[in-house]
Design a binder for this molecule. Structure first.
Ligand SMILES: O=C(O)CCC(=O)C(=O)O
Ligand SMILES: [Fe+2]
Length: 260
């Protein structure tokens, strides 16, 4: 599933939301390194988020995607709502899935593409916004993010509070662990809690690729390998669809509902 997200601001001079400038030593991983698998495993255990460089995706492709995204978001509202995502659907134009859990909508618009983005046409664009993307974990295995405005993404790091994560270069990708990998790894790779603050003076476009299994797959905590002798599963087996439905209803409480 791919989501293109935009925070487009009118030309106003409101003071920008301040961003935490702490420089975290989040791992920057060169994918051509020989022991890259171990390094990624370490990053998933310690941070749940890391950056990758030397991934083979060209800067030209990112530039092309960004200009297509800007063109898409600049379309008149009447045209965009023709592909509005239905309340139960995953694809099309609209707000984030976490929106129903917050009293205010997030100021952000997105196009999500899975099979066909041309799902249902229904006008439901909200009018009351908050100027950020609220704290959440991503639901699938891994999220791969490309951001054109380097500021805004923050993760909640134990003992450090909200910590900014900025890509090291224009073509660096940020990768973060999602809930299904958390369950699959029996909590060894915890899904990372993150949010996005938006600077009102700048447009922000981000491209998120959510990597996950088919919805009818069963997620089973991996405890049977040689390294895991004696380890008991912390979560019950759960079908992807069931997990996503539970999360839609209960958001963060979902882990406690499948915990053994
Ligand atoms: O825009 C970003 O940098 C992150 C977006 C995000 O967290 C999401 O879509 O789940
Ligand atoms: Fe996210």
């Amino acid at each position: 599933m791919i989501k293109i997200i935009s925070h487009l601001w009118p030309n106003i001079n409101n003071s920008p939301i301040s961003h935490d400038e702490k420089k975290p030593n989040v791992l920057i991983i060169d994918l051509s390194t020989p022991n890259v698998v171990e390094i990624i495993g370490h990053a998933c255990k310690t941070w749940g988020i890391f950056q990758v460089v030397n991934h083979g995706v060209s800067l030209e492709l990112f530039d092309e995607v960004e200009s297509q995204a800007r063109w898409l978001f600049a379309l008149p509202a009447e045209q965009k709502v023709k592909v509005v995502r239905s309340t139960s659907g995953a694809t099309g134009y609209g707000t984030t899935r976490i929106t129903p859990f917050f009293s205010k909508f997030m100021w952000h618009e997105g196009f999500t593409i899975m099979d066909s983005p041309l799902d249902h046409a229904k006008k439901l664009w909200p009018h009351d916004y908050q100027k950020r993307l609220a704290p959440h974990t991503d639901s699938l295995f891994l999220t791969i993010l490309h951001q054109t405005n380097k500021k805004g993404l923050q993760i909640l790091k134990k003992d450090q509070g909200w910590t900014s994560i900025a890509p090291v270069s224009n073509d660096a990708l940020i990768v973060n662990v999602g809930d299904l990998l958390h369950i699959l790894s029996n909590g060894e790779f915890p899904s990372v809690y993150h949010r996005v603050l938006v600077d009102q003076t700048k447009n922000r476009v981000s491209l998120a690729y959510f990597f996950g299994p088919q919805v009818d797959s069963m997620i089973v905590p991996l405890v049977s390998s040689e390294d895991n002798v004696g380890v008991v599963p912390k979560y019950r087996n759960v079908k992807v669809k069931e997990y996503l439905d539970l999360k839609d209803k209960h958001l963060e409480k979902v882990f406690s509902m499948i915990r053994i």
